[in-house]
Design a protein around this ligand. Structure first.
Ligand SMILES: NC(=O)c1ccc[n+]([C@@H]2O[C@H](COP(=O)([O-])OP(=O)(O)OC[C@H]3O[C@@H](n4cnc5c(N)ncnc54)[C@H](O)[C@@H]3O)[C@@H](O)[C@H]2O)c1
Length: 444
């Protein structure tokens, strides 16, 4: 099938590459000429495990191409995926300008039947707006071309995006006409060979499903973080509590980890956008989500609070090693990452920071710019030399089983603040480190 993917970010590039890998003829378009040039020259704009190989393989096979030519991109695909960003507007609602611009372009240049598939995370009712914008452009041109509107929200996780796309647990398709549904079935057949994974519904329900999924996951995280803070006060250990409740199949183990707050490009903005949709379009105040946001805002500052509790407010003579900058492992994405809040607070309090991350240091340099008190280390251990504490923000695999004596020997004061509860407190303490974790009674 001929497919166009509009937007070559995390979602667009992964979708385009994976759709090409099963034999489709895919053209990816982006307005970011630098990104497209890089891709055309064989480079990768993002880090995502396994993606580079798939892109290379399909570019070499001629099934995957990149362009900035809007007209050519609209002419190419019968199926036009929209996978552009939907960043938060000032009031927290999703900014739809990129989605609607992509739709407008389709209206400007379409010359035959098109299925316009929205993969971006968009508020309920966006499908109608996309339809109107395309129809408006067709009226301006005085032309009539058929098109269908489909909502196909994306559930891939950064860091495991290729696997998630290739082996999805569900494919949500919101559509209102059989022709589009049949095309979507054909398109997704290679991704659901052993059993049906496509759940067909109306467009509005599909749009809401994506927000509901992210809001539910964010709620679990915030709930566990609040519980962790309580456990700490009461002398209980949230890790035991997690196992005790996760064993209940009605609850399950996923997304029950206490930590230093959720971040990334999705949860924070999607929870905000859902609250805003509820207020403006639904006339409802989402009380649970208000609490989820408030709890997360507080939790993003918990590592700094623990640092101040241990070292005092004046951090002028202090240096801290930070392990982990990405908002989660296996990605270089630092959007809304807890590390940003911690590092800004530490620098603001006069401390020096030496950071290490396996892949996100280039992104961190872009985010923080030049700052005399912020340096980067080439290895985890070298970040520790002369630091007053090691603070762990991201649970990268390479941090999971460190040599605690080597950590202790390099630190000026033997303090390990663990924002991800990676270790057994007894083991860490046995090596002479003061261990401060999240919600572990006695370690606060
Ligand atoms: N990142 C994730 O893990 C994830 C997962 C599921 C859903 N989503 C949703 O998918 C959407 C895209 O997210 P992302 O992380 O891939 O975003 P991104 O910011 O990484 O990429 C968006 C791309 O769209 C391009 N773009 C903007 N306007 C354009 C236009 N008119 N024509 C062509 N290209 C245009 C930008 O230049 C950019 O390269 C968002 O709505 C997001 O909420 C993201």
């Amino acid at each position: 099938m001929k497919i166009t993917v509009v937007g070559t970010g995390y979602v667009g590039l992964v979708s385009g590459a994976c759709l090409a890998d099963v034999g489709n003829d895919v053209l990816c378009i982006d307005v970011d000429a630098k990104k497209i040039r890089l891709l055309q020259e064989g480079g990768m704009p993002i880090y995502e495990p396994g993606l580079k190989e798939i892109v290379r393989r399909n570019v070499a096979a001629g099934r995957l191409r990149f362009t900035t030519d809007i007209q050519a991109s609209v002419e190419h695909g019968t199926i036009q995926f929209i996978a552009v960003g939907t960043p938060p507007d000032e009031d927290g609602s999703a900014d739809l300008q990129y989605v609607l611009e992509a739709a407008r372009n389709i209206g400007r240049y379409t010359s035959g039947y098109r299925v316009v598939v929205d993969k971006s995370t968009v508020p309920v009712g966006t499908g109608d707006k996309v339809r109107s914008v395309i129809a408006e452009e067709l009226v301006k041109r005085g032309e009539k071309h058929e098109f269908s509107i489909v909502s196909n929200p994306e559930f891939l996780k950064e860091g495991a995006a290729v696997g998630d796309f290739m082996r999805p647990d569900r494919i949500v398709v919101g559509a209102e006409d059989d022709r589009a549904i049949e095309l979507m079935r054909t398109l997704y057949a290679p991704f659901q060979r052993n059993h049906e994974r496509m759940i067909v519904m109306d467009v509005r329900s599909a749009e809401l499903t994506k927000y509901a999924a992210n809001a539910m996951l964010a709620t679990r995280i915030s709930f566990m973080n609040e519980l962790a803070n309580l456990a700490e006060r009461l002398g209980a250990d949230i890790e035991h509590v997690r196992q005790g409740i996760g064993a209940d199949p009605r609850i399950g183990y996923h997304f029950l980890y206490a930590g230093c707050g959720y971040g990334g490009s999705c949860f924070p903005k999607d929870v905000q956008a859902l609250r805003q949709t509820a207020r403006v379009d639904g006339g409802i105040e989402m009380k649970v989500l208000n609490a989820v946001v408030a709890a997360n805002d507080a939790q993003k500052r918990v590592l700094f609070a623990k640092t101040v509790a241990r070292f005092g407010h004046d951090l002028n003579t202090r240096r801290f090693a930070v392990w982990g900058l990405a908002f989660k492992p296996n990605t270089d994405d630092m959007r809304e990452a807890p590390s940003r809040y911690l590092i800004a607070d530490l620098l603001g309090a006069g401390a020096e920071v030496v950071a290490y991350d396996p892949v996100a240091m280039a992104e961190a340099r872009r985010v923080f710019g030049d700052h005399a008190a912020l340096r980067y280390a080439s290895t985890p251990l070298s970040a520790l030399e002369g630091a007053d504490a090691l603070i762990i923000v991201t649970e990268w695999k390479e941090f999971q089983s460190p040599d605690f004596s080597a950590i202790r020997d390099r630190l000026r004061t033997p303090v390990l603040i663990d924002g991800r509860n990676l270790y057994d407190p007894e083991v860490v303490r046995a090596s002479g480190l003061d261990y401060i974790a999240i919600g572990r009674g006695g370690s606060a």
